[in-house]
Design a protein around this ligand. Structure first.
Ligand code: SF4
Length: 778
């Protein structure tokens, strides 16, 4: 169909926001740059359903909310500029810092919203062009504890090691610290179907959320005690003789030490720590152990803590002791949050990772990736600082920062301090779609393309690699992040190796990931278009070439593949500030072709893909079907066994005291997304959720003499936030809740604690000690 010469046929693509990556169709309408959303029922994850954020996402494409010209700071004011001037300024800023202080004084900060191609190119840019070890991204604040816990136990981190469709078919789901009704509403149907099928739902959350209201059993522990709760449950599993001894003997190691640790956590002791009664603990154990299949799913509630890795380990222990992981419709999974939170951690923008989810300090991994990049492995820097440590070093060790797709002024812990650190930089460049609160502080702002204006891949919370297609032309004056990196590399002396065509970047990513834990080498744009996504690991070769399917591959419902054949397990451990291995990188002979356009043109393989192309590797050789389900035969550890971890309860980094007697926990509301930089610019979403609030129990409100809507000041050791009171009995009396989507005086992250998990380097977002009082009249 055409309208005034414009192609108006629907383009199937995916939502720009969360990790569910719902499928949607976009259709251009008259006026250019405007699209309509319609149902895309062929995508199995959401079957056409969208939340309000996805439904209104086209509003993000409006010129009214966008940056459409580069901005440079002149005499303290951001003013419009041409692309050449802006890029020159960025290259000069980074180059000056590198010459004066060395490459590690240049920082790079990425985001979990970047496509796989952009995350890959950004990591390569940092290490090859700048030669800096100082790169990390905002996903560190999201799922890093679950990733570290998964790697420790299973040797591999993929958010969900099974597709979402397994959820309704299991016997019991324990949902720990996830409010799906607000964060990804279309996923709620999996829980509804679970219960319709006779399965049981246990929700663990200090608040009686809309998700908790659907549960058969709601456990409301004190914030920060999920570790003790899991240990108490495991104690009862052992005491009641509900362990799966054959599974423990055949498929695990380390049980005795983990068992001993759990047995030290008596139910009565756990009740005192958590506030969850012993009868409730016993009921939870019964519901979890009686069915043949069961699973534990965690999210940010238990993970965003200075003991997040151990907490995840304790929940995995519970699963292992009862013989769940690697069994049908069973196991442990993490519900990743950001749109490309999964892919964003696999391709090299994380401080300690190389593409393919390889470890940066693994000599074999360095050799493999360096060969793809055409550089000397010794020229690659070592691991750098984690996200908060990097932000905290700005203005001291880090003098210049290139930031893409992140808004730490709102989303980082101890945010006022982070804002101050950003202001102290010698030079800050931000590439973003909108003028975020962080972009407002920049010396140069680069306006970039977004989801519907460009093609690229993301990897959703199931490990399903997806193709986002270009549906509409970007506004004049806007360029892609890949173009930015290409131009900056060129200005900094690296003329090749940074193509602007996403498919060309993906082809290199495939080679760089080959043989790694997250192996994408068998995935092509053509396959993604035809198969509606492919689960990694997907090596280039089929497992058994003679038996492999040659046609379109089975999707989530297809035959199960076995454990991934990786070339070495992932190692756990913190990002370190270790020394760089060698010199500044840069230069080198590149294999890549000359840059092409930054979007897929009509007639590209992605658009041409037809059944005859699908599922076939080169020369018609059958390709790997992808791996919807992991660990069925063995885990990705050297001996193939899952590892128990011996962990013990420990208190919060900051317990309440006389001065700060209440706990603050933070979270999300359905109409806003992360730092709100995008969703606060969408009228319908703003009307639904116009600002922050403080949720508190009627008893606490009574003690404070506070009525609904009264302005409340919440004060922690790091600052003060003000927002109206919202009084509800759905929260514990010892806890208040604030959503974190807003800047200014209601910024919840002004209050949060940057105490870090020793392994994952996750800050303690989810609990800190505060004082609550009526706000002074302004
Ligand atoms: Fe789906 Fe998440 Fe987008 Fe909502 S925000 S439509 S749940 S992908």
């Amino acid at each position: 169909r055409t309208l005034g010469g414009m192609d108006t046929s629907a383009t199937p693509t995916h939502c720009p926001y969360c990790a569910l990556q719902c499928g949607m169709n976009l259709t251009p309408v008259a006026g250019g740059g405007v699209v309509e959303v319609s149902e895309r029922v062929d995508f199995p994850v959401n079957r056409g359903a969208l939340c309000g954020k996805g439904r209104t996402a086209p509003a993000l494409l409006s010129r009214a909310v966008r940056l459409t010209r580069p901005l440079v700071r002149r005499s303290g004011v951001l003013e419009p500029a041409g692309w050449d001037e802006a890029l020159d300024r960025v290259a000069e800023g980074l180059s000056r810092t590198r010459s004066r202080y060395g490459p590690d004084a240049c920082g790079v900060f990425g985001g979990g919203g970047l496509t796989n191609e952009k995350a890959y190119a950004l990591g390569k840019f940092a290490r090859v062009v700048l030669g800096t070890s100082q790169i990390d991204y905002n996903g560190r604040f999201c799922m890093s504890s679950a990733a570290a816990g998964g790697i420790k136990a299973f040797g591999l981190d993929r958010g969900l090691p099974f597709p979402l469709e397994d959820i309704p078919a299991t016997g019991c789901v324990v949902l720990v610290g996830s409010n799906l009704a607000e964060t990804m509403p279309p996923a709620l149907r999996y829980l509804t179907e679970l219960r319709e099928n006779g399965g049981r739902l246990i929700v663990v959350d200090p608040r009686r959320t809309r998700t908790a209201e659907q549960a058969d059993l709601h456990l409301a522990p004190r914030p920060g005690t999920d570790l003790a709760l899991a240990l108490g449950l495991l104690h009862l599993v052992v005491a009641e003789g509900r362990t799966d001894e054959a599974y423990i003997a055949e498929r695990t190691s380390g049980w005795e030490a983990a068992r001993a640790a759990a047995m030290a956590h008596w139910p009565e002791y756990v009740e005192r720590i958590t506030g969850v009664s012993v009868p409730q603990l016993r009921e939870a154990v019964r519901m979890f152990c009686e069915p043949e299949s069961a699973m534990v799913l965690t999210a940010r509630g238990p993970e965003q803590h200075s003991k997040g890795t151990d907490t995840v380990g304790a929940w995995i222990n519970l699963c292992l002791a009862t013989g769940r992981p690697g069994r049908p419709r069973s196991g442990y999974g993490c519900l990743t949050g950001q749109g490309n939170g999964q892919g964003g951690r696999e391709h090299g923008q994380k401080a300690d990772q190389l593409p393919g989810y390889r470890k940066l300090d693994d000599p074999a991994a360095r050799r493999h990736v360096a060969e793809v990049w055409g550089v000397d492995p010794d020229s690659l820097p070592g691991p750098g600082r984690s996200a908060y440590e990097l932000l905290d070093a700005m203005g001291t060790d880090i003098r210049s920062l290139l930031l893409m797709a992140s808004n730490p002024v709102v989303s980082a812990p101890r945010a006022a301090h982070v804002e101050e650190r950003l202001r102290s930089l010698d030079f800050l460049a931000v590439a973003d779609v909108v003028l975020s609160e962080t972009a407002e502080l920049a010396d140069v702002v680069l306006p970039v393309t977004q989801w519907a204006e460009e093609s690229g891949t993301t990897t959703n919370l199931e490990g399903r690699v997806l193709l986002r297609r270009r549906a509409v032309a970007p506004p004049e004056g806007v360029r892609s992040d890949l173009y930015v990196l290409h131009e900056l590399a060129d200005r900094l002396g690296v003329e090749k190796g940074f193509p602007t065509d996403p498919e060309e970047v993906f082809e290199e990513l495939r080679r760089a990931s080959a043989g790694g834990p997250a192996d994408y080498s068998g995935i092509t744009y053509r396959r993604l278009a035809e198969e509606n996504g492919v689960f990694w690991p997907c090596p280039a070769e089929a497992p058994e070439a003679a038996d492999a399917p040659a046609g379109p591959h089975p999707r989530a419902t297809g035959p199960r593949a076995t454990a991934p054949g990786t070339t070495g397990p992932q190692a756990e451990g913190p990002a370190t500030t270790g020394p760089r291995a060698a010199g500044p990188g840069g230069g080198g002979a590149w294999d890549g072709a000359e840059p092409a356009s930054d979007v897929l043109p009509e007639g590209s393989p992605e658009r041409r893909a037809g059944p005859e192309d699908a599922g076939a590797g080169t020369a018609g050789v059958p390709s790997h079907p992808g791996t919807p389900r992991l660990f069925l035969d063995r885990f990705a550890t050297p001996d193939g066994r899952a590892r128990f971890v011996a962990v013990n309860h420990r208190p919060l980094a900051e317990e309440p005291d006389d001065e700060y007697p209440v706990l603050l926990t933070t979270g999300r509301v359905v109409a806003q997304y992360q730092s709100g930089a995008q969703t606060r610019r969408v009228d319908e979403l703003n009307a639904a959720a116009p600002g922050p609030f403080v949720e508190l129990h009627p008893r606490l409100a009574g003690r404070l003499g506070v009525a609904e809507g009264d302005p409340l000041a919440v004060v922690s050791r790091r600052g003060r936030a003000v927002a109206p009171a919202r009084i509800t009995a759905s929260i514990r009396p010892d806890t208040v809740f604030m959503p974190f989507h807003w800047p200014g005086e209601g910024r919840a992250n002004t209050l949060t604690n940057p105490a870090l998990d020793p392994t994952s380097r996750m800050p303690e977002f989810k609990a800190c000690a505060v004082r609550v009082e009526r706000a002074d009249p302004q």
